[in-house]
Design a protein around this ligand. Structure first.
Ligand SMILES: C[S@@+](CC[C@H](N)C(=O)[O-])C[C@H]1O[C@@H](n2cnc3c(N)ncnc32)[C@H](O)[C@@H]1O
Length: 416
């Protein structure tokens, strides 16, 4: 079976998450095509795409490849696929589409392709599909594909509708039908409607929380600990994906908000494990309440330091990193007994963006290895390219172009 995973804004993060989930679930696969926008995977067995997808924060949609042909066959092949798929369906059907190019140099042909597809879809509707009662959902003018919101809102992943993806590989055109797309409503609700929000502490987006949880590679039912849980975004996403969780934070106000949020989420969704433990404690004290070798993974964000409107000077950056280093040295020491051997700790540290895509990092992370941890690169180097970036120190940056303080995703492995 061949699938296309369409990647989010930071392809290295999306790919790292895909790699971690497939490894965790012991799904063997080969990669056929890797681009910053999508990846083509082949698996021996059919994937349970829905189960995989609900866990994922970094993938926008997944499609299944249903055909491949030459460019001059696009119209005939598309008509034949649509007719077959809709053979036994009565009633109105919506059809959307997107066009994707694997090779950068071919993307300049995109304007011609946009016109070409607009034209053939309107002609197909008028001619070959005239008995099928179809509504075509076109990409916006100047766009080659529908937004995830448009696919979701037009319900194009329902069986009675479809979204078709045309992938120009350079050799052939792949036709892929979208199976699932990000549920924008659910993310919006989890991010903005929860009762305990706190913009001051820089809440983590739920999608990033999901990615960090997946990078720990633990299986459903295992225990994830967040010792700097704040308002509980990581705990909330972990509960939604069937992990057991323990959270603590030194700040009582945050803990109150966190408890409210988890209560709220357990009312909104059916949770497999709703007996979570959340309490106020500095991390030094929190670990004393946990059993030795009981924690399967940590996913957490301690402080990212002050929020800046303009780039801080070298002295400020040095001081911020000195404080963070102190915290991490102590933290990695005290948490060791409660961690299982080989448990992964996924954390974010601040990375200061000097110029677009040029960062200053906390130099100290390698020195933490002598505390009995090794560092693990989140993404296999085979995926790396100029658009899919891994830092020289084997970490991945989560940033926006205008952001001064970006997040650096770092993974430590506990070696007993
Ligand atoms: C960036 S916030 C975590 C945000 C959280 N991921 C969320 O989405 O709400 C960092 C948290 O670390 C907590 N913290 C800082 N120092 C701590 C310490 N020594 N022990 C425990 N918690 C601490 C702060 O109270 C704060 O809530």
């Amino acid at each position: 079976m061949k699938y296309i995973f369409f990647l989010g804004r930071i392809p290295a993060i999306s790919l790292a998450e895909i790699q971690a989930i497939l490894e965790k679930d012991k799904i063997s696969y080969t990669t056929e095509l890797i681009t910053p926008a999508f990846i083509v995977l082949e698996t021996k067995e059919k994937l349970n795409v829905r189960n995989l997808f609900v866990q994922m924060g970094g993938t926008l949609k997944i499609a299944e490849i249903v055909g491949s042909f030459k460019e001059n066959e696009i119209r005939d092949e598309t008509v034949s696929y649509i007719k077959k798929a809709f053979e036994e369906r009565s009633g109105k059907k919506s059809i959307g589409y997107g066009i994707y190019f694997a090779k950068k140099e071919e993307r300049k042909e995109i304007n011609d392709a946009q016109d070409f597809f607009r034209d053939i879809f309107s002609k197909m509707k008028r001619d070959e599909l005239k008995d099928f009662s179809t509504r075509i959902v076109y990409p916006q003018m100047g766009e080659s594909a529908l937004s995830t919101a448009s696919i979701f809102n037009n319900k194009l992943t329902l069986d009675k509708n479809m979204e078709l993806n045309f992938i120009f590989t350079g050799k052939e055109v792949l036709l892929a039908r979208t199976i699932i797309v990000q549920d924008i409503e659910s993310y919006g609700m989890r991010d903005y409607e929860k009762p305990g929000r706190d913009a001051r502490i820089g809440m983590m987006p739920p999608k990033l929380a999901q990615v960090m949880i997946n990078l720990t590679k633990v299986k459903a039912g295992q225990l994830i600990f967040d010792p700097f849980c704040g308002t509980g975004t990581i705990l909330q996403e972990a509960l939604l994906n069937d992990y057991r969780v323990i959270g603590s934070d030194a700040n009582g106000e945050q803990i109150e908000k966190c408890k409210k949020n988890l209560e709220w989420i357990s009312k909104k969704y059916v949770l497999t494990y709703d007996e979570y433990k959340v309490f106020q404690a500095d991390f030094n004290e929190a670990v004393k309440k946990l059993k030795n070798d009981s924690v399967d993974a940590i996913a957490t964000e301690s402080t990212l330091g002050p929020v800046y409107k303009k780039l801080p000077n070298t002295e400020e950056i040095r001081e911020n990193y000195a404080n963070i280093k102190k915290l991490y040295v102590r933290f990695l020491q005290v948490v060791k007994p409660v961690l299982r051997n080989k448990a992964l700790i996924v954390v974010t540290l601040p990375a200061y963006q000097l110029k677009p895509k040029e960062f200053v990092f906390g130099e100290f992370i390698d020195s933490l290895e002598k505390l009995g941890y090794s560092r693990v690169c989140p993404l296999d180097k085979k995926f790396e390219s100029s658009d899919i970036r891994i830092t020289k120190r084997n970490t991945i940056i989560y940033s926006r172009p205008e952001q001064i303080v970006a997040r650096e995703i770092i993974i430590f492995q506990n070696n007993k």
